[in-house]
Design a binder for this molecule. Structure first.
Ligand SMILES: CC(C)(COP(=O)(O)OP(=O)(O)OC[C@H]1O[C@@H](n2cnc3c(N)ncnc32)[C@H](O)[C@@H]1OP(=O)(O)O)[C@@H](O)C(=O)NCCC(=O)NCCS
Length: 188
């Protein structure tokens, strides 16, 4: 790669390329699929890796609680894997998390060794309880999940995710989502 790869905030024009990369791996059950509409809705969370005018990787930082942000939708185009790009995208998202004042970032992943190489630690899934309450409890694979929870502390202070703000926010979001799902299932 002669040109420098740029990692920058994603734009609407990047959405089809980002969806294509993510869904390439989702088709192999390596990550969750994302439609273009969903990516567009949370575009501010996303960063794109651009090389030679093309998007060749992406990742997102999603807020789960005031204390916890999640690295998600991380993917590098197959032709560009193994060149340090995945690492750069995660480091960029960690910097974003630090700048936004999150004390901790997490991921649920099938590639824990990749995250371990960046200093993340594997933890029990309930250590990232806001993620569990807001999303995992709605997942059909909840009881046989094969993903590993990993966390990285951005501050010296230990982070207690059982603290009220995180727990309550997770619960409120979970109930709101359940109600929305029920509403969608109700006949007209
Ligand atoms: C996982 C992924 C993002 C890594 O991106 P990448 O650009 O290929 O990885 P990098 O070149 O930055 O690798 C950085 C380090 O992680 C290691 N690594 C890369 N992929 C790995 C994997 N699957 N398992 C273990 N270690 C891995 C590399 O060997 C490298 O180690 P080194 O620093 O000791 O040389 C990429 O392979 C990918 O898109 N995979 C499919 C989608 C996916 O699994 N996404 C993660 C969802 S949480």
């Amino acid at each position: 790669m002669d040109e420098e790869v740029t990692i920058r905030a994603a734009r609407a024009a990047d959405v089809p390329a980002m969806a294509a990369i993510i869904n390439h791996y989702a088709a192999q059950n390596l990550m969750l699929p994302r439609s273009e509409a969903v990516i567009l809705r949370v575009l501010d969370d996303f960063v794109a890796a651009e090389w030679d005018g093309r998007v060749i990787g992406c990742g997102a930082l999603a807020r789960l609680s005031p204390e916890l942000a999640e690295v998600r939708s991380l993917a590098v185009s197959p032709d560009y894997k193994g060149k340090g790009l995945g690492r750069r995208i995660v480091l960029h998202l960690m910097e974003r998390a630090r700048a936004r004042g999150y004390p901790q970032v997490c991921a649920l992943t099938l590639v824990p060794d990749f995250f371990a190489g960046l200093g993340f630690q594997a933890v029990d899934r309930w250590a990232i309880s806001p993620k569990i309450w807001q999303e995992c409890v709605f997942c059909p694979k909840f009881h046989h999940c094969d993903e590993v929870a990993v966390v990285y502390n951005l501050t010296e202070q230990p982070v207690d995710l059982s603290m009220p703000s995180a727990a309550w926010e997770g619960l409120v979001a979970a109930f709101a989502r359940r109600e929305a799902l029920r509403g969608a299932q109700r006949p007209e």
